[in-house]
Design a protein around this ligand. Sequence first.
Ligand code: NAD
Length: 487
Amino acid sequence: MSQSNKALFIIFGGTGDLAQRKLYPSLYRLYIKGFLEEQFAVIGTARREWSDEHYQEIVRDSVKKLGGSEEQVEAFSRHFYYQSHNVKDTEHYNTLRDLSDDLDKKYDIGGNRIFYLSMSPNFFGTITSHLKSQNLVNDQGFNRVIIEKPFGTDYESSKALNDEILEAFESEELYRIDHYLGKEMVQNILAFRFSNPLIEQVWNKQFISNIQITLSEELGVEERAGYYDTSGALRDMVQNHIMQIFSLLTMEAPASFNSQEVKEKKMNVLTSLKQLSAEDVKANFVRAQYAHSNKKSLNGYLEEENVDKDSSTETYIAGKIELENDRWSGVPIYVRTGKRMAKKEAQISIVFKKSASPLYDTEETAENIITLYLGPSEGFSMTLNEKKIGMSMDTTIMKLDHLRSEGTIQESPEAYEKLLLDCLNGDRTHFAHWEEVSNSWKYVDAIRQAWDQSNEKLAQYEAGTVGPEEANELLAKDGHEWVWNPK
Ligand code: NAD
């Protein structure tokens, strides 16, 4: 049974895209499921002058298609309050504190506060220092701060950002959201690996030939071009989502789901990453930009609005990551991610070594491949060999598929919904810890520095395709090919 929670949520950036598309729907799902009942309130803040009524209408609009009755939607929205607020204005924090204290009493919340910074990270330090100095941090219940990516643009800036926030909050109070960690199928990596002895026994270099992680997007940069052009695929996707998925796939089994325990196991792999020289980066990483497609009538990256016409920002990266430890040395882990690719697809393929038996050392016998579909479809597939029907002893490939249903509101929680609930429960297991963030920045910085010092041109790929030919060559050099390769 669900257990209801008490909290006041203060959302900075309450009029923004993330708040409307993800945060309000996720809070609503928790409400419908009984994880939030009466003892909660939400204050949305942003610069615009909105009334509570208008804000509540926006909230109703963002949740009304999610099920539940009209009365439930109405009752839920009545917990929402709006405060026009410029985050740089100290006086505004005093108004916000008074409203927070009033709502705390009105809803009998007991002082529990979750500050959600759904704004540009440039403001994080200003907000957290004011929360502390203007006494919004409460000494009755818990105080938790959730921050959104990007956590800096390199190791140095992420450390400065972290230090700034930690002047006002304890490290246990800081929740760095990486929404991939809240995805059903990303959490399923642990269940799949550690609840199946059949799988866990072969999850190592003795049996695995290579691992492939693909996070491809069909959309281009859209209205985020201004931000994206200063970031690129390496910082936007590899430093966070790909390195987190990579850690879950390669770490040793934690003794429990305790946050500290899981973090330590992830850290063991992140500190075993093979360090990259400039030559390694040149040989093992491909960066590319999407180019105009006549066939699909799609703009090239340099034709997009708000993109610098000489931009050398990569919209695609493919690379080979290697670990130097007992379980994985010698097993390449190929990763790739890009915008304007053929299709939206997030998947992991585990490619096993071919049969060692001379009986089946034939061309028809394929490698066993397990694929985890992270989204939009969720599930697994496995390819095995079996005997072909007939007189001969030849083999043929069989593919077993298990697709999980799309799910209803009751069954399949949203990533943000799960993570908000974890935060309410004080569980940081599925959040990014500073040690993980800092180590993955150091790895990614080495790639960025090698690129900055190189005068090699970016590769190109036609918009709407799977990526540049150079990414195929990267695997071909090792005698491998991408499992996901839509034409
Ligand atoms: P957005 O631009 O839609 O919203 C930004 C919000 O900040 C708005 O409510 C705006 O009014 C407010 N704001 C800006 N300056 C302000 C000021 N001086 N004082 C008070 N309020 C101010 O951005 P978003 O897409 O909602 O993203 C928010 C954060 O989440 C960003 O850090 C972004 O990188 C991150 N993020 C967003 C998404 C997404 O899907 N939208 C995904 C991952 C991470």
